[in-house]
Design a protein around this ligand. Structure first.
Ligand SMILES: O=C(O)CCC(=O)C(=O)O
Length: 267
């Protein structure tokens, strides 16, 4: 495993994202900006664990739909929507994704209860697309993770450039557990990206990656995508804000885009 080298300051390196499929912005959020997010996300996590006790105890490493009505109070949902729809975050989102990114989902990553549980290499696309479709997806509409670690954590291991190219034989065998390989085997092309609270990691959902467990991590992933029907069908209606909340956001474009494509295509 290699470790990534990052610059701690300077302008966003959008070209680096295009080339490598990921970008780390160190200390992007201040402690003050993280404070309320931590409160809300921690509350969601406690409620989620209570209602998913068996799944949590047995195998879970993430939950999703944090902005839905199920676990959070209205004021906490509004706080999450304000964070996502902040001018600061959306400036980066639009510089990576263009003028019309759609909000897709949120996910919360944590450590498995079973400390022996192994992490696994994957492309996000492999769970709903055939091999041929996964290949085509490399040049298709984009899904991008914006990961916000709430505490210092081991981060993610990524294969740079794999958002634009197909797997080597070694990568494919490991990711799909073929020819005796396991999806937790080391890949020589992997680069580890350790993260601190306040960093922002941006990475393509199409690239080969795996989480690095440990340090009781709690990492919020906000996913944005190009607003096309084959991706918008994954957007959960109850995770979108009401018009009253949309009107309060500094930059609501991603929610407006999601709401507009939902209405247009009525999934
Ligand atoms: O952090 C993890 O455990 C995995 C992260 C991941 O696979 C993802 O965000 O798609």
């Amino acid at each position: 495993m290699h470790f990534v080298t990052v610059l701690s300051s300077g302008p966003p390196m959008i070209d680096d994202y295009e080339k490598n499929g990921y970008l780390v912005l160190k200390s992007f959020f201040s402690e003050t900006e993280l404070y309320e997010l931590r409160q809300v996300v921690s509350h969601f996590h406690e409620e989620w664990k209570l209602q998913n006790a068996q799944f949590y105890a047995e195998s879970a490493i993430n939950s999703a739909y944090l902005t839905a009505e199920k676990y959070l109070k209205a004021s906490e949902r509004e706080s999450l929507f304000r964070f996502i729809g902040s001018g600061k975050l959306m400036t980066i989102v639009t510089s990576i994704m263009g003028d019309r990114p759609a909000f897709m989902n949120t996910q919360l990553f944590f450590d498995p209860v079973n400390k022996a549980q192994r992490n696994y290499w994957h492309r996000d696309t492999q769970y709903h697309l055939s091999i041929e479709q996964q290949q085509q997806a490399l040049s298709g509409p984009k899904v991008v993770h914006f990961r916000i670690p709430l505490f210092d954590e081991p981060g993610i291991e990524l294969i740079p450039g794999s958002h634009q190219r197909w797997d080597s034989d070694e990568e494919l065998y490991v990711r799909l557990e073929q020819n005796g390989r396991k999806n937790y085997n080391e890949l020589s092309s992997g680069v580890a990206v350790p993260l601190n609270a306040g960093d922002l990691l941006i990475f393509s959902a199409s690239m080969i990656h795996r989480g690095l467990y440990g340090r009781d991590r709690l990492s919020l992933d906000i996913l944005f995508c190009d607003p096309v029907p084959e991706l918008m069908k994954f957007v959960d209606d109850s995770s979108l804000p009401s018009p009253e909340i949309v009107a309060k956001l500094e930059n609501a474009v991603a929610f407006e885009c999601a709401l507009a494509s939902k209405t247009k295509n009525s999934y």
